[in-house]
Design a protein around this ligand. Structure first.
Ligand SMILES: Nc1nc2c(ncn2[C@@H]2O[C@H](COP(=O)(O)OP(=O)(O)OP(=O)(O)O)[C@@H](O)[C@H]2O)c(=O)[nH]1
Ligand SMILES: [Mg+2]
Length: 312
């Protein structure tokens, strides 16, 4: 892309032009250099957006909550960007499609920009692409960006941590599932949302969360992540949840919170960037050699590094 058109695009995005934003989103989505150049150029304008990560097990009501948070934010006059990420499954495009249909209420509203993203079966990349999309929306002046990730595996957790504030959505009746997902997942939550509080079992779920928090008990009770009940399908408790999300971010101190988040983001970008420079075949080729004891692991890493350096 010629420099002048990149500049023109930058100006239009800065002015809040939704079509320019859609065009830039495509550049970012295709992980093109032009997309990165654009974000780098617009980076000084970023940092005003509150990026909220919404994660949790399938069916907990994340999309319904994203929809309700969007409604609430729009009623405040705030502009919103929504990124729906599916890092793990190539089969759940149906879910994302369903979410899109649900979000159609907002489709005629230029104050809501929705983008869904899925992996293309490449090593790494999705965390970086998600972050780039969030930064683009930030540069474009969106007040709040909501990132919904599906599932609670390692990949999803990493993506959730790219946000300024991470909300873990749980629902009653998961029984021992809470136990199953607690390892490594509970810690990422800045805020717990107990959704479907209209169903039986919300009390028990809240007790389980509190019990886990007191086991971890890192910074004492007042530092424990707040727990809020919502009925997303009815919009109940959504305003309160939003207030809690905002204060969770403010409480850590804006600058500190940002530096913490950026430390994580930089590691993610670095890792994705490095992996991006290598083909899947190169990595799996060395893996086969190491498995067959034809190469030691450090030799493999050395060879892969040499391959990366040769490109620069
Ligand atoms: N009873 C009840 N049902 C709800 C509530 N919120 C959402 N649901 C329903 O729960 C189902 C799943 O909601 P989604 O918002 O699609 O859940 P999700 O977490 O986005 O699901 P995935 O993206 O597939 O992981 C839908 O049928 C919703 O209508 C609630 O507060 N109470
Ligand atoms: Mg969903």
């Amino acid at each position: 892309m010629a420099t002048d058109s990149l500049e023109a695009l930058q100006q239009r995005i800065g002015a809040g032009d939704t079509r320019a934003l859609a065009r830039a989103a495509s550049l970012v989505e295709s992980q093109s250099q032009a997309g990165r150049d654009l974000i780098a150029a617009m980076f000084p304008q970023t940092g005003r957006t509150l990026i909220i990560g919404i994660t949790g097990p399938p069916g907990a009501g994340k999309s319904t909550l994203v929809d309700q948070l969007t409604k609430e934010l729009r009623s405040e006059g705030k502009t919103v960007g929504v990124i729906a990420v599916d890092p793990s499954s190539p089969f759940s495009h149906g879910a994302i499609l369903g979410d899109r249909i649900r979000m159609q209420d907002h489709h005629s509203d230029p104050g809501v920009f929705i983008r869904s993203m899925a992996t293309r079966g490449k090593l790494g990349g999705i965390a970086q692409a998600t972050l780039e999309m969030a930064l683009l929306l930030d540069a474009a002046g969106r007040d709040v960006v909501l990132i919904e990730t599906v599932g609670v595996g390692q990949d999803e957790i990493e993506i959730a941590r790219l946000a300024d504030v991470t909300v873990l959505v749980l629902m009653p009746g998961m029984g021992d599932d809470v136990q199953a997902i607690k390892a490594g997942v509970m810690e990422i939550a800045d805020v717990f949302a107990i959704n479907k509080a209209d169903l039986p079992g919300a009390d028990r779920l809240e007790q389980e969360i509190r019990a886990m928090q007191s086991l971890a008990d890192e910074g004492g009770r007042e530092n424990a992540a707040p727990v809020r009940r919502v009925v997303a399908s009815e919009g109940q408790g959504v305003r309160e949840l939003l207030a809690v999300i905002r204060s969770a971010f403010e409480k850590r101190g804006r600058q500190n919170a940002r530096a913490d988040v950026w430390e994580f983001r930089l590691r993610e970008i670095l890792r994705d960037n490095l992996l991006e420079g290598l083909s899947d075949e190169a990595v799996s080729g060395h893996a086969k050699c190491v498995a067959a004891k034809m190469e030691d692991p450090y030799g493999a890493v050395h060879a892969l590094r040499a391959e990366l350096l040769a490109q620069t």
